[in-house]
Design a protein. Sequence first.
Length: 688
Amino acid sequence: MRALELSALLKRRNAVWAPERYHYRLPSGEHTDLFIRAADALHAPPDVTALVCWLTPYLGDGVGVIVDTAGLTPLLLQIDSLMAKFGLEAGAMSVVPEYPVGRPSARRAVEAALRGPTDRLLALLSVSSTGTLRRLLCDELDRAVKSLGVTRCVLDVLVDRTLAPVQSGASRQDGEVEVTTWLGLGRPESVGSGSPCELCRSAEKAQVIAIDPRSYGAMTLPTAHLVMPDPGYAQEAHGFWEMVSRTRGLAIEANAHPASRVARGKRTPLPVRPIFELIVGDDSLPDQVRAQRERLLRADPGALPRGGDVGLVIAAENDVAETPLPAFSGSDTVDLAERLRIVLSALGIDDVPVVARPRDAQSSESDSQLADRLAQLPRDKSVLVFSWGTVTGLTLRNLKTAIAEQLAALDRPNRVDAMVLHSRPSSPEEWTAMQNQFRPGSLSSLWTSCLPWTSPLQEEQRLLDRAGISLNSLSDAGRHFLSARQTFLRLHESHQDQDDDWSPRFAVDSGNPDPTHVFWGMSQGDVHQSNVRGRSLYGAELDCVTAYAAIGAVVNYTRLATRPDAAPRWVMFDLARIVRSYFDAIIVCALLRWIHPGELWWEGDGIDPQAACDSVAFLIDQAQFERDEQVLLLPELLLATALGKVPSTARELVCERANAACDKWPDSHEFEMARGAIGVGLKLVEGS
């Protein structure tokens, strides 16, 4: 009866929140798709009286009462009133402090309830999700019985989300504490703050609504702030990505350069790594630098150091050395010092000495050489620190520190600036932090790509590892594709101990899949679209792997740059608009790869489920007459569906259209990989 009464009060007052389009982060840090606001059940005086009546067996002179939230204060007041009505003296009452709650907080709450002369304690826990607070209270109540002279301790849990409903009302002994749960909901446990959250990866509920630890109300509204990939950010970098595409100067899931690996985990691959030894050999480099310089100075006249002010350029030794090219591109070498002078000349910095600073320059001889060069520098000239690329800024910071120390020792006022050809911080804030380290000087970058540490390929690997697809359920093409794909995803693991772990992946005799085949439908031959068509925002005719990198940078930048202005709304990419504004199979596949589950908005201006299906159908229709686009788009769309990026209402549509297109492909070896990708994708969707 008590469970029924409490359940009725919760439902009547809409105190159980189980949304379909988002989930919650509790004050404890856990994620859950169900939130119970027990305070809402105490809406009217009769409601409070009804609940307190169930507590009368525990009440007596001086009983101390503990509640876990200030939302239960009406219960405390009603207990005090009821005891006064029957001539009983109320004991001390305490409220557990706001989250996060640790053992000291729980102990203080119990001891506060013992301030009066009492030997009995009653604790009320509004909602138990993971059992952490219940465990803490039980431990402290048990301690009160064993060490503080208390004879009876009772803990009543109003709602336990994991307890089976048929066990509602059951009591058990936990040490010296009698624990009773009024109402069990039989729901799965919430996800701890340190564990991966599947809700965050779902298409329907990925948006997180924070619960205020004081008011226990929702802190943000469940509305979407729809965005498109930032076109300005994309256009600013397209010259760089065009050079990358022409020179094949890009590795994915690869080790960092040996000279900079100290700044990150030794076993952690970079999702995207430009190979500057190849990129700077592009014939268009000086023209691209001049064009980018003019573009930056038009936007901000102080964006770059003035050429006439620079009196000395200092770079890490590896940035100005005669360097062998990666083995996969041939056995030639590149003179980075000569390429640096070309870049400096294009920037208007001519006839300036360039000093190479050894990577491990800690000797007095190196410091003496640096001091000699700085002593010869005119006092009105600046020092320019140069690097081809930077991720964390550690190399730049070390160079700047060494220069600053020598200038201070020489009592020189020379300004120290820094310039990077291409920077790739993980967030705009990280780049700002790097710039702050050079003040009062400046840190500038000709091209910037905001690339995250996390990788879509790692998400794919986790999905395949846990999918448990039975090989017997796949066709020969499906088994071949799955084997090749798993090999592809482990290429870094296979070669991670080598400084150049990218080149060995191209070895023909190793049987490795092509390391640039980032999308599922790619295979040997001309059956898949190999380049972005025409001149897009991201660059002209980029190859697949370069487009993957360029679009990843724009997606990551857009999500991070728009969050402050969007708050408290949820940033989502307007796929309904994207697929209708411009179609290119490679671009769409890259977008699907980099946008997280729960960040894709398929529904146009409304929330009609059919609108999402219409958007997905429209996307598939764009490739209905081009097989080279189909073999990229359809497998990637199946993978996105299995990862929770496509609404559940459109899952059947995606599977049907993929099957129908696959049946029309020629029964030839060239289409075997794409056909296998469709088969594996269908199994993943079926099991997701």
